[in-house]
Design a protein around this ligand. Structure first.
Ligand code: FE2
Length: 309
């Protein structure tokens, strides 16, 4: 195995090192050998200085996942801090046809709570499978931010996996089989397996609706190569027979989802996690349906993803 710590924390070309030094408004604490850092000493409810935003951005590009604990944010404060990274990307169509947060439709609600028959958020209480957010559009979001308002006493943990690391440690033979190839990113189902509004069931992944992206892309902000997988369901690698595509996708997913590439987040109320959606996968454990889990989420618009040379 490669030295995951060195790879995950190595300075990124073109990006100032995220050292959070003597003049920084915060310090950083590594969360796992593969990826993730905790930002200590920053209150996100207060306006951030441009220098602090620049340091946070550098830390985010270096560590891919940033955690801020003990936060207490109103929706406008969550929106304000999210906008420091760029223009917000509204949530994709949810299965119920109306925003969960009408006062702030840019905020997606991730929750199992219901009012009568009406869900108050997305994803319910079940497992959410490994995925990247909204890669079924041509310009997938660059970042997502998730703020924990209510969490169950156990379960509902979220995991992130480092796709730079997965690519860098990929067997050469496997990499050769995907170089220059692109895949279909199906838009039919969300990560909880619920069909999106207006979609039809897909019986042949070759006919799935959704964007086409290269399997190896250049990270738009850092120039680092990364694997881009989206989600497994209804994936299809263009130019292969369906059987070849299925076998190759199974190999890629088995490789990328190994525990040594991942960080596990056990949520506390007040946690905020900001992640890079271009170079990480995430998934969520199920939890007890009788417990309450409520999170507010924003995402930031991204750019087109270029193939690696
Ligand atoms: Fe997601």
């Amino acid at each position: 195995m490669p030295n995951a710590t060195a790879t995950a924390t190595a300075p990124v070309p073109g990006v100032p090192p995220a050292t959070a030094g003597a003049c920084a408004a915060f310090t950083l604490r590594t969360l796992s050998p593969a990826l993730g850092a905790e930002v200590v000493g920053l209150d996100l409810s207060r306006p951030l200085e441009p220098a602090t935003v620049a340091e946070l951005r550098a830390a985010w590009l270096q560590h891919l996942v940033l955690r801020f604990r003990g936060q207490a944010l109103t929706d406008p404060q969550l929106l304000a801090v999210s906008r420091h990274l760029g223009e917000l990307d509204p949530p994709g169509p949810n299965p119920y046809g109306a925003p969960f947060n009408p006062a702030h439709p840019e905020i997606n609600v991730i929750s199992n709570l219901r009012e009568g028959d009406r869900p108050l958020g997305n994803l319910g209480d079940g497992e959410a499978v490994w995925h990247q957010d909204m890669t079924y559009i041509d310009h997938p979001p660059m970042a997502s931010m998730l703020y924990a308002i209510e969490v169950p006493p156990s379960g509902g943990d979220t995991y992130w996996a480092n796709l730079h690391l997965a690519l860098e440690s990929m067997p050469a033979g496997l990499r050769r089989r995907i170089e220059g190839r692109s895949a279909v990113h199906d838009s039919t189902y969300n990560s909880a397996g619920i069909m999106r509004r207006g979609m039809k069931d897909v019986t042949d992944p070759r006919e799935a609706p959704g964007a086409r992206h290269p399997l190896i892309v250049v990270h738009p902000d850092t120039g680092r190569e990364t694997l881009l997988l989206g989600r497994r369901r209804n994936g299809y690698i263009l130019g292969l027979s369906l059987a070849e595509s299925e076998a190759l996708l199974d190999e890629l997913w088995a490789h990328a989802c190994q525990p040594q590439f991942a960080f596990r987040q056990e949520w506390k109320v007040g946690d905020v996690i900001l992640w890079d959606n271009r170079s990480t996968l995430h998934r969520r454990d199920s939890f007890d349906a009788a417990s309450r889990r409520r999170m507010h989420r924003t995402q930031i618009k991204g750019a087109a993803l270029r193939p690696a040379a």
